[in-house]
Each structure stands twice: as structure tokens, then as C-alpha cells.
Design a protein around this ligand. Structure first.
Ligand code: GLC
Length: 511
């Protein structure tokens, strides 16, 4: 039995606002994505994930959904979506889209109805509560919201109750204890599944189950956003129902859940017994520093916890919520390249974030120019496609400043340079595709000196070795047998015998 496609694919995340603008308003759009599909297919990924493009007042840049089943005019129309989906499929790319189950925009018609009156039939679609009896005027519990400071509750004057929002006040939490909410969100899934999407990225999906008693957070956690520790047993039953909806199609539809827990053991339980999430993001590696010690520990922990067939790791270095990995690791492109080699050779499904294949760093966004309530503007800078003043966009004034060096660090310039990081990503993705060991094989450690990490991937007769140096000086790595460099992160020595010496901050894939 062959592995399902989502285990052997490399995914590429597109943040629509920042990918490419074709309408001249400085914000990327679906047509811009369609026109760049050649780039994505040429790169060699297997699937794309589109961050939200739904109708939204954009308080959280689309993660505040006002209509799950329509495209915001900023991005285009449903027809544009259908065209994009069809062309992506024609390019051999699967498409998953963001699904935001935990909350909606306060402008969503569900919330508009819910807040209109206490006896509105949709009142209990959201989480409304009174102040505690003993504490008039105080929020119902001590939960705080993510982004900025303050309680996770907002007082509604008209109906004189509080509503819950684990994020912005403009993002009220739905009440998933209500079967009508469950049914409505399953309908959203079916709307897009019927349109032909290959699956979903489920936004903060670990938050959907909530104990109706909404108990206070313990004192040691009070003042910390629940997003990082909310781990409620009720969520698992909801995930089994969601999986059943996906399975009701052709067995080929998937979901990757954003579960923001930093405890790997807790996180892997969201795979259930193969009946909950098909894939779960793991951000523990993303938060690890670039040291051999940290990465050995991360990989060990993952090998230990992903110990059952249902559990398959995922790897992410960058996304729209975190500083890009090149920036996080200090800006040295050699490190960004070595990290890419690791990302694409570890056991599990890799997720790339558009622009990392160009070695982009975060844009410098001066505080007064920042627009995101979570301060995440830098990693959302627009992608420079060319060296022209508008960098291939229709407007030279995009919604955020260009990333550093866009005049020469753009897709056209890097494509013309065979030694560029872009060509390294492409070579790695091609090597992955060609090797069953890299796609599906076991991982085992090789003996390696301090400041380096080395492992073997193997499946049947297929085998690859990987060695990564985390230090800015040469290192000797004794690998078993005579090996040839298949892909070196710096492009030096591809196809040549491996001498046993890693150049400073170099990573190599050997066969
Ligand atoms: C997820 C998204 C993030 C968003 C938040 C609230 O963490 O990745 O961008 O702000 O959920 O929806």
C-alpha cells in the first residue's frame, strides 16, 4: 500500500496578499497566483496551501472571515478561484486552502444575528456569558486574548453580556458545543470540497473544543494566551467528525491542523488513531535555535513521539506568523541554505513558505508603517518577481515594503543564476521526488562530531545520507562507504565524491 499523497508531498504556502498583485491596488490577488504557477511548478513542489482569501474586514488580514464561501473582492472572485484551482491541477499541483473554524469576523452574518438579541436563534452559536456573580462588571474568567493586552472577553452593551474571543475583539469564538455550529462549519468544508479542493489547513484547530464551564486558567498560566496551551479532550471527538467529512469524499482529501502546542507528546495525540488530523503542524523545530544540539534534540523527540503508523511528522521553518528562518538565524544565507537541505531531507512532510526559496529576509517595517496587530509584518513582505521598479507587481507601492535586496534578490535574477539558493531548493526538491528513502524512509543517526548533525534515510534498497554543519569552520564527518554528493547546500561538488570534509556552515545530501 503506498503512502497517501500528503505524506510524500512538499507543500508551498502562499500568502495571497503578498504573492503578486495584478489589479494595481498593491495587494496580491488570485490572478497573481495563477500567473505565477509556472514558478511554483518549476520549483518542484507538489502542493500549495493558500492562506485566507475569503470576504473579510481584514482586522487580522483574512483570519477574520466574514463569509467562508466567497472571495474577498480584493483578491478576485469565485470564478478566479475556480480558474486558479483548475490550472494548478493542470500543473500537477494539489491545492489546500485555509479553513478558520474557531472564530469568525464580528462582521459575519452569524455573529451579527447572534449579537442582535439574547433570544436570537443564533445567540448560542458564539460564547456569551455574564460576569461572575461575585464580581459584577468583571469578565467571566481570567482568560486573556492573543495580540496586544487584555481579556479574551468584550462587553456587548446592547445585550449586556460578554462574548469570548481568544484573538481580537473582531474575532469572536464560535461555540463548537452547539451542533448547529458544527453542521455549519462542515457545510463550509463541503462547499470547497465540492469545488474540488484537495484539502485544508485548519487554523488553530486545537482551540475548537471548549469546556462549557470555561474554568479560570491556573495562576501560573494567567496572563498567557491560551493558544499555546489549550488542550481540551472535547476537541478530539470534533476532529473525528471532521475527518469523517473528509473521508466522505474520495479518500484523497486531507487536512493539516495548526495545533500550537509546544509539547510534542500532547501534539501527536491530534492524529488520534489515524482518525483525527491526517497531518499536524509541529512548531517546536521552528522555535529551536540553529545549533546542532538543539536540532539533535528536536529530531530525537520527534522520532520518539511519532512512533505509530498514524503519526507522520511535518516540518516548517517559516510561515506568515514568524520571522523568516533566514532572519531568525541571523541573516547568513549559508545557514538558510543548510536549513533548507535539512527541511527537505528529514522524515516527514515539509512546508515551504513562499519567498524562502529566494532566501528572502524579513522586510524592515518601521513601527509607524506596521499594520498587523500581532507585529508580523516583516515576514509578509511582497515577493519580488523581477528587478523592475514594480518587481513584477502592477504597483510599485505594495501594502508592505519590499524585502531587502529586492533589486537583485528576485525570482528572475535568481533563476538566471545556477548557483543561487533558488536552484538549490529546486535540486533538493527534485532529489526528494526521485528518492523513496527521502520521501518515506526511516531515519537513523550517524555518528557525527559536535557542531554537526548526520543521519541516514533508508527504504528497501534506497539510501541517502545527510550531514549538516552548524559552525563557521570546516568539519570532518566520517560517513560509511564511498559516497557521492547529490546536492550540496552551497552548490560546490554536486555529483563528485564526498571527501569527508564539510565546508563552513555547509550541508550535503549524499548517495
Ligand atoms: C493562526 C494564523 C494567524 C492568525 C490566528 C488567528 O495562528 O496562522 O495568522 O492570526 O490563527 O486566526
Amino acid at each position: 500500500m503506498s503512502a497517501p499523497w500528503w505524506r510524500t508531498s512538499a507543500f508551498y504556502q502562499i500568502y495571497p496578499r503578498s504573492f503578486r498583485d495584478t489589479s494595481g491596488d498593491g495587494v496580491g490577488d488570485l490572478e497573481g497566483i495563477r500567473r505565477q504557477l509556472d514558478h511554483v511548478a518549476w520549483l518542484g513542489v507538489d502542493a500549495i496551501w493558500l492562506s485566507p482569501f475569503y470576504r473579510s474586514p481584514m482586522a487580522d488580514f483574512g483570519y477574520d472571515v466574514a463569509d467562508h464561501c466567497d472571495v474577498d473582492p480584493l483578491f478576485g472572485s469565485l470564478e478566479d478561484f475556480d480558474r486558479l484551482l483548475a490550472e494548478a491541477h493542470a500543473h500537477g499541483l494539489r491545492v489546500i486552502i485555509d479553513w478558520v473554524p474557531n472564530h469568525t469576523s464580528d462582521q459575519h452574518r452569524w455573529f451579527q444575528a447572534s449579537r442582535s438579541a439574547r433570544d436570537d436563534p443564533q445567540r448560542d452559536w458564539y460564547v456569551w456569558r455574564d460576569s461572575p456573580e461575585a464580581a459584577e462588571g468583571q469578565p467571566p474568567n481570567n482568560w486573556v486574548r492573543a495580540f496586544g493586552e487584555g481579556p479574551a472577553w468584550t462587553w456587548d452593551e446592547r445585550t449586556a453580556q460578554w462574548y469570548l474571543h481568544l484573538f481580537l475583539p473582531q474575532q469572536p469564538d464560535l461555540d463548537w458545543n452547539n451542533p448547529q455550529v458544527q453542521a455549519a462549519q462542515h457545510d463550509v468544508l463541503r462547499f470547497w470540497l465540492d469545488r474540488g479542493v484537495d484539502g485544508f489547513r485548519a487554523d488553530v484547530v486545537h482551540l475548537i473544543g471548549k469546556d462549557p464551564a470555561l474554568p479560570d486558567d491556573p495562576p501560573e498560566l494567567a496572563g498567557t494566551s491560551r493558544v499555546g496551551f489549550h488542550d481540551e479532550p472535547r476537541t478530539h471527538g470534533l476532529l473525528r467528525d471532521i475527518r469523517a467529512t473528509l473521508e466522505g469524499y474520495d479518500g484523497e482529501r486531507t487536512m493539516v491542523g495548526e495545533v500550537n502546542l509546544s509539547d510534542t507528546e500532547a501534539l501527536v495525540r491530534y492524529y488520534g488513531a489515524g482518525d483525527e488530523l491526517p497531518l499536524v503542524f509541529n512548531f517546536v523545530p521552528l522555535h529551536a535555535p540553529w545549533t546542532a544540539e538543539a536540532w539533535r534534540a528536536v529530531i530525537d523527540e520527534i522520532e520518539r513521539c511519532y512512533d505509530r503508523p498514524a503519526r507522520w511528522p511535518t516540518w516548517v521553518l517559516s510561515n506568515h506568523d514568524e520571522p523568516r528562518h533566514r532572519t531568525r538565524y541571523g541573516g547568513d544565507e549559508r545557514i538558510a541554505r543548510a536549513a533548507a537541505l535539512l527541511l527537505l531531507t528529514l522524515r516527514g512532510t515539509p512546508f515551504l513558505y513562499a519567498g524562502e526559496e529566494l532566501g528572502l529576509e524579513d522586510a524592515h517595517v518601521p513601527p509607524h508603517a506596521g499594520v498587523d496587530p500581532g507585529g508580523r509584518d516583516g515576514c509578509r513582505a511582497p515577493i519580488p518577481w523581477t528587478g523592475e521598479p514594480d518587481h513584477g507587481w502592477t504597483s510599485s507601492e505594495p501594502w508592505l515594503p519590499w524585502p531587502p535586496e529586492a533589486d537583485h534578490r528576485n525570482a528572475a535574477a535568481l533563476r538566471a543564476d545556477p548557483d543561487s539558493i533558488l536552484h538549490r531548493y529546486r535540486a533538493l526538491l527534485a532529489a526528494r521526488r526521485a528518492s523513496p528513502a527521502l520521501r518515506e524512509g526511516e531515519l537513523s543517526w550517524l555518528h557525527a562530531p559536535a557542531d554537526t548533525v548526520a543521519f541516514r534515510r533508508s527504504l528497501g534498497g534506497d539510501e541517502r545520507l545527510v550531514a549538516v554543519s552548524f559552525v563557521d569552520e570546516p568539519r570532518e564527518v566520517a560517513v560509511p562507504g564511498d559516497r557521492e554528493i547529490e546536492v550540496a547546500s552551497d552548490g560546490v561538488g554536486d555529483g563528485e565524491p564526498f571527501t569527508g570534509t564539510l565546508a563552513p556552515l555547509q550541508a550535503v545530501l549524499l548517495r
